[in-house]
Design a protein around this ligand. Structure first.
Ligand code: MN
Length: 192
């Protein structure tokens, strides 16, 4: 992985179909990293007895967490189901909660699942060629409801920080599940 010069500027290759870069490393999240994030714990454990599928990966470029810088990269969420629930990212709040984020869908389709600390929820469907604005204060999770990978480019304030713990403990109010071949928004009975 290259060292990027955040003070001098740089270019970076990104393949806009795959979301991959040759000059940046990915962080990979497997099902075993997310066993408590899915509603159907029994199905999670039965899948893990045989297999540990890659759910998603993203590029971290090591952007310094400085006010004024912009972190950016791609996220690739693979297609699949855990029971009836689609593959998804963990989801997070920003530590500086009042910072927004922009995503652009390069390939595939899915949902951006959002909720704020007051419990206001929002699910926005998204597909290739669309940009999504994630408003300040909303936790956000990308869900792949399509047949192929969901590939997204993102950028956000570099000093925003990430808070994964709140979602890990509480979960989201809503989940995106497959019913009769369609993606539907469901209540998450495990929310606490
Ligand atoms: Mn974010």
């Amino acid at each position: 992985m290259e060292n990027f010069n955040w003070n001098q500027g740089f270019t970076l290759d990104f393949n806009l179909q795959s979301g991959f870069s040759q000059n940046a490393g990915t962080t990979k999240r497997y099902l075993s990293d997310m066993r408590d994030f899915y509603g159907d714990t029994e199905t999670v454990e039965s899948i893990l007895e045989k297999d540990n599928p890659l759910i998603y990966e993203f590029y971290e470029l090591g952007c310094p967490e400085r006010e004024g810088d912009l972190a950016f990269g791609t996220t690739i969420v693979y297609p699949g189901l855990v029971g009836s629930e689609y593959y998804m990212t963990k989801g997070h709040f920003h530590k500086k909660v009042d910072t927004a984020e922009v995503y652009y869908v390069l390939e595939g389709e899915g949902y951006m699942v959002m909720e704020d600390p007051g419990g206001n929820t929002r699910e926005i469907s998204m597909k290739k060629g669309e940009a999504i604005y994630v408003p300040r204060s909303f936790a956000h999770r990308s869900v792949n409801t399509g047949e192929g990978p969901l590939v997204m480019f993102f950028t956000f304030a570099a000093d925003a920080g990430h808070d994964y713990g709140t979602i890990e403990q509480k979960g989201y109010h809503h989940m995106i599940c497959r019913r009769d071949g369609e993606a539907v928004v469901m209540e998450n009975r495990k929310w606490n």
